[in-house]
Structure formats: C-alpha cells, structure tokens
Design a protein around this ligand. Structure first.
Ligand SMILES: [Zn+2]
Length: 193
C-alpha cells in the first residue's frame, strides 16, 4: 500500500477526513531535505535518501491498524520547503512530529558518533526527546531555534540519526538492517505514546 503524505492529504483532505475514523491520531514523520537539497553527502550516500528510506520504513512497519496513522511529509525525492511542511503539519494537527536528519562535522572523518536530538521550548517536546534518547542512547538533547521546531505547533523533535562522516554511524544508517532497526525503534516510541 502506498503511504499517505501530507501533500496527498491536503488535496484530498475533505474526502479523506470525512472517512477517517474519529479516533485516528496522526504522527508526522518528516523525511528531511529531498530533490535538489541533498543534505549531507558522503560518496554515494545522501542524507535525503537515508531519511526518506527510514521514514517509509516507519510508515510501513507501523501499518494502519493501530491508534496512530503515520503521515510522511514526502514519500518521493521531492523538496517541499520548510514553510510548506510546517503549514501542512499545522493543518493536520498531529500528536507529534519527528523530523529525521543525518549529522556531519567539518572534518573528513570524525570520532563524533551517535544520536543528537533537538527540541522545541516545551515540556512535551523535551519528554518526547527523552523517550527517543532512551531508545537510541542519545549523546545530546538540546533546545534549538530551528524552523521545523519553531513553526510546528504540535510537539516536535528533530533527530540527527548519526554522523555521515563517522564510519561506524555511516555503516549503520546506510545499511538495510540499521535502517530497519532505527524504524522499529520509532514505531515503538509512537505506540508507547
Ligand atoms: Zn539535515
């Protein structure tokens, strides 16, 4: 089944919402970057592909049977602007928003490793970050004034999944197993919500 994206929802929202069970709650997974915006690049690896692949895996693993419906900001290689993303998210009014990114540092190779989580200036955002941190053993939780966090009204976090220029992280986040494991952890977080 093809997943539902925010764009599809905005086009068909009237029809869609009238058929959606009242109890359905939405979780938005933001596959960052896309299209001409590649994000971080290392050889053939691109941040935009990694975030898309993991986002789609989260939607697939979560399925549509549970209490939460996972909606993606994109499910192809396109670039919705940050303003388009947050405008659509605010229309949908989801329970939470998780924006997926890949980190990098100025050096060619780095010993920096692991997950970093950025939060809004709110208790709910920090609590969500704590849950994610427990699963991923995060190196850092920090409040950040970023468009995605500032303009999103729902509880939101931005997760840097690992460093592209760290060989251990790179191997993990670009491998099929690593991506499946990451997606599975997010599905658990969503359903423990
Ligand atoms: Zn990014």
């Amino acid at each position: 089944m093809k997943g539902i994206t925010l764009l599809a929802l905005s086009i068909f929202s009237t029809a869609f919402l009238s058929f959606a069970p009242v109890s359905k709650k939405y979780i938005v997974i933001d596959a960052s970057h896309g299209g001409n915006d590649q994000g971080v690049i290392y050889g053939d690896f691109k941040e935009k592909d990694i975030t898309l692949s993991i986002a789609k895996e989260i939607q697939k693993l979560n399925g549509s049977q549970g209490e939460y419906e996972v909606i993606l900001t994109r499910d192809t290689d396109i670039f919705p602007t940050l303003s388009e993303r947050t405008a659509q998210i605010n229309k949908l009014n989801p329970e939470m928003v998780i924006s997926l990114h890949v980190n990098s540092s100025p050096q060619k190779e780095t010993t920096n490793q692991g997950t970093e989580i950025f939060t809004q200036n709110s208790e709910v955002s920090r609590k969500l970050a704590e849950k994610i941190s427990k699963k991923f053993d995060a190196q850092k939780i920090e409040e950040r004034n970023l468009h995605m966090l500032r303009e999103t009204k729902a509880p939101a976090v931005l997760v840097e999944l690992g460093f592209m220029n760290n060989s251990v992280d790179r191997k993990y986040i670009t491998s099929e197993n690593g991506q499946k494991e990451i997606a599975q952890k997010f599905v658990e977080i969503i359903n423990e919500h």
